[in-house]
Design a protein around this ligand. Sequence first.
Ligand SMILES: Nc1ncnc2c1ncn2[C@@H]1O[C@H](COP(=O)(O)OP(=O)(O)O)[C@@H](O)[C@H]1O
Ligand SMILES: [Mg+2]
Length: 308
Amino acid sequence: MSDAARLLDRKVLFFGGKGGVGKTTSASATALAASRAGKRVLLVSTDPAHNTSDILGRPVGPEIVEVQPNLHALEIDAAQESARYVGEVKTRIKALFGHSILKEANRQIDLAASMPAAEEVALFDRIGSLISGEDQRFDLLVFDTAPTGHTLRLIRMPELMEAWIRALSRSRRAMLGVDQDDRNDPIMTSLAERLERLREFRARLISPRVTAFVLVLIAERLPIEETARALEQLEEAGVRVGALVVNRVLPESSPDPFLIARQAQEREYLIEIDRRFAAVPRLRVPQLPRDVQGLETLDTIAAALFRD
Ligand SMILES: Nc1ncnc2c1ncn2[C@@H]1O[C@H](COP(=O)(O)OP(=O)(O)O)[C@@H](O)[C@H]1O
Ligand SMILES: [Mg+2]
């Protein structure tokens, strides 16, 4: 099986890279190819600057829509997820404590929800439930992510949240004292459940059979350096990089001096990419004469990605 085809055997694919290199293009083309191969695919954009609608050439929004048979798409709206998440937390608190402390608790929650990290946590929560198999309709999830830094934070989040929940559990246990059984305490139970979910999520994230990360770049200096850093950081986080997509490779042989110069530079960078990233399969996608829009162009991109 080719390296590219092996990607489609995973359950979860993340596409990352610098802004504008072709993350949405590659993620959409891969999702389309998998759906044509009979997989039931959900393409999920987590980039606050969504552009799946533009690339697919049809509207996508915060609710899952069918693009064509076997292919669905979703653009997660972080603000909306945050509002939903806060609503859920309030319901849970109400169930746990009743009305006595509800007003004060809600005030605290609203305060916490207005902090900048709240949307990220909510986004993470939604991604987590998707990856944990919340929606049984799909065989493959393809995540079109935000530029690298944002996504790396997301990947590290289970670890951070685990530490945080452990700390909360410790202080709750201290409050309960030695006489009381943890299992009878709703807060301890809820924290334990959350920890279990996070563990499962992290296990799926770092399992190379389940998840692969695909880094997209173009043959230029800055994307190469960013790819090298991302590779290192993903490895540190225990996440396997399944492939690199080298996008927008110029077509061979042009009589134009400007293009010849561009091509000469590109050739050097392509050699550098092959040398520095030899351990990771590299898939080349040609520069098309026009922008990517609609399924037909995506089929062309997919044909290049999965040519063998
Ligand atoms: N192989 C390609 N040939 C021609 N245009 C491309 C190619 N890949 C991407 N593009 C164009 O480049 C722009 C950025 O691509 P996109 O996939 O949206 O990048 P990202 O999601 O990483 O920001 C889009 O206008 C898209 O049409
Ligand atoms: Mg994009």
